[in-house]
Design a protein around this ligand. Sequence first.
Ligand SMILES: NC(=O)C1=CN([C@@H]2O[C@H](COP(=O)(O)OP(=O)(O)OC[C@H]3O[C@@H](n4cnc5c(N)ncnc54)[C@H](OP(=O)(O)O)[C@@H]3O)[C@@H](O)[C@H]2O)C=CC1
Ligand SMILES: O=C1CO[C@H](CO)[C@@H](O)[C@@H]1O
Length: 273
Amino acid sequence: MTNVPTKRLNSGADMPVIGLGVWQVADDVAADAVVTAIEAGYTSIDTAAVYRNERGVGEGIRRSGAEREKLFVTTKVWNDSQGYDTTLQAFDKSLGRLGLDYVDLYLIHWPAASRGLYLDTWKALEKLKAEGRARSIGVSNFHIPHLKRLFESSDVRPALNQIELHPGLQQAELRAFHAANDIATEAWSPLQRGAVDRSEIVAIAAKHGRTPAQVILRWHVQLGNIAIPKSVTPSRIRENIAVFDFELDDADMAAIAKLDAGVRTGPNPDTFA
Ligand SMILES: NC(=O)C1=CN([C@@H]2O[C@H](COP(=O)(O)OP(=O)(O)OC[C@H]3O[C@@H](n4cnc5c(N)ncnc54)[C@H](OP(=O)(O)O)[C@@H]3O)[C@@H](O)[C@H]2O)C=CC1
Ligand SMILES: O=C1CO[C@H](CO)[C@@H](O)[C@@H]1O
C-alpha cells in the first residue's frame, strides 16, 4: 500500500498530492473505484454535484471501512446553483448524497462570470467554512482576473484553484500567480484525458522503467501540483499513486516542459457558463 504525501493548504489542512478523480463514472462503478483506491492507499477523492455520482462515492467510502478523519473528500457547486442561498442549498444536497456531515474541500466549479454570482457564492462558502462543514474552500477554473476580484471582496483566500493542467497545457502564468498568493494548484485532466503516449513521455518512462502515466504524475508532483487522475481500472488506480519512489531529472523535466502547446481539452473559463 502506497503512502501518499500531503501538501499544507493555506487553511491549515493537509491535502494528499494525488487523489482519485471520478468524472464520467456512474454511481456503482464509482463506489467500486473508491474502494479499490482506498485499499491501494488513496485518501483523497474528487467529485462534484454535476458528476451525479456523489451517492456512489459515499457508498464506496462506507464500504471501504476507512475512518472519516483519514479521508479528504472534495465536491463542487455547479454553475446553476451559484448565488448565496442556492449554494447553501446545493451544499446540503451534496452532503446528503455523500452521506457525510462535512467535506474537506468545497469548490466553486467554474467562475461562470456572465452569471455575475461568484462573489455571492464565495460568501456562502465562507459561511460553510466558518461552520466547519467545509473544512477548506476553494475555486476551480478561475483565471487571474477572477481571483483578483475575489481578493478584493473577501479576506478569505481560496485554498486552491483546480485547473486544467497537463503537459499539453502547463499554465505557467497561473501557477506562478498561485504561488505568489499562497494558493495551491490542483491539476484536472492531469493525464490529458489518457493521452499519455507521446513519444517523449514514452522514452522517459522507458529510461526509468515506469509507465507514461507515472512519468506525467511524477512531473506534477515535482512541480508542486496536486493531481487527481481518474481511472476505473484497478491496475491503473494502483499504478497512478506508485510515483513516490523515483525521480525525474532535470533533462526529463526540460523535455516535458517543451510539450506545452497551450491547448485545452475542456472549455475556456472566460466564456463557460
Ligand atoms: N474542475 C473541473 O472543471 C474538472 C475536474 N475534473 C476532475 O479531474 C479528474 C481527472 O480528469 P479526467 O478528465 O477524468 O482525465 P485524466 O487526465 O485523469 O484521464 C482519465 C483517462 O485516463 C485513463 N487513465 C487513467 N490512468 C491511466 C494509466 N495509468 N494509463 C493509461 N491511461 C490511464 C482513464 O481510463 P480508465 O478510467 O478507463 O482507466 C481515463 O480514460 C476528473 O475525473 C475530475 O475529478 C475533470 C475535468 C474538469
Ligand atoms: O468537471 C467537469 C466535468 O464535467 C463538466 C460537465 O461536462 C465539465 O464542464 C466540468 O468542468
